[in-house]
Design a binder for this molecule. Structure first.
Ligand code: ADP
Ligand code: MG
Length: 239
């Protein structure tokens, strides 16, 4: 019935930094297997919202429900174990480690040593990085680093994957590669919340789009709804 496939829900979620309300009483929901894009002008609260979902920030008020259970007060690692994985806005691969060594970090959480090699090869094939297995991460291209980071997050086998600006600074070709990858992963029933500015990228991947403005949901709908909404254009022009 209604809401039975809902994977994530927030109620009255609020985050204040001193006198600034970065997230303001937000009710938000995502269905299992959905690919949702989160857009909005700089400072709208997008990154803060994802950090509340992962437990990196504690909310000032409100609640977060995941698969029917409340996880508002769970520490980040327990949320990862429940199936929420994130790629933050700031790249966080280990630059001095090889691709294989980077992958081993999340794999240690979920796989036995005997499975490492198989899981490593499998992941690197899927993320088109097998030829770079012994490359030091610092020597990867920006697009390869993003793919490695998404791959690292995906080895944790999340049901919900959060991505903060996964194609920022990438070439058109690299961006298309990431788009294809996300659609493929989404086909395997992983739900996504993706923050992104590139509206063509959003159009190529999103089931639905949520527009955040001044810490609150401004509107939600299909990419066509959002693109043709003159009020949405206005909030971007005010940036
Ligand atoms: P977006 O990702 O949409 O650009 P953010 O979530 O990064 O926006 O920021 C929303 C607002 O909260 C901004 O005004 C930002 O300056 C503020 N903010 C974000 N993180 C912090 C923090 N750790 N301390 C104080 N203010 C913050
Ligand atoms: Mg941000």
């Amino acid at each position: 019935g209604e809401g039975s496939s809902r994977i994530l829900q927030t109620r009255g979620l609020t985050k204040r930094f001193g006198g600034l309300t970065a997230i303001d009483d937000v009710d938000f929901a995502v269905d299992a297997g959905e690919l949702r894009c989160l857009i909005g002008p700089n400072g709208a609260g997008k990154s803060t919202f994802l950090k509340l979902l992962t437990g990196r920030h504690d909310p000032s008020a409100g609640a977060i429900y995941y698969n029917g259970a409340e996880l508002t007060d769970l520490p980040p690692y327990k949320r990862i174990d429940r199936g929420i994985s994130i790629k933050f806005q700031v790249p966080s691969v280990y630059p001095d480690l090889t691709v294989e060594e980077n992958l081993r970090i999340p794999l240690q959480r979920v796989a036995s040593k005997a499975e490492f090699e198989e899981r490593t090869i499998e992941t690197l094939e899927q993320f088109d990085l097998l030829e770079e297995i012994d490359t030091t991460a610092a020597n990867l291209s920006h697009g390869q680093q993003q793919r490695l980071e998404i791959g690292m997050a995906m080895t944790l086998e999340p049901d919900l994957m959060l991505l903060d600006e996964p194609v920022a600074g990438l070439s058109v070709e690299e961006t298309e590669e990431i788009a294809e990858l996300l659609v493929e992963l989404n086909d395997e029933d992983v739900a996504f919340i993706v923050i992104e500015h590139d509206i063509d990228f959003v159009a190529s991947i999103a089931d639905r789009v949520t527009v955040l403005h001044q810490g609150d949901i401004f509107t939600e709908g299909t990419i066509e709804d959002v693109r043709s909404d003159p009020e949405v254009k206005k909030i971007y022009l005010g940036e």
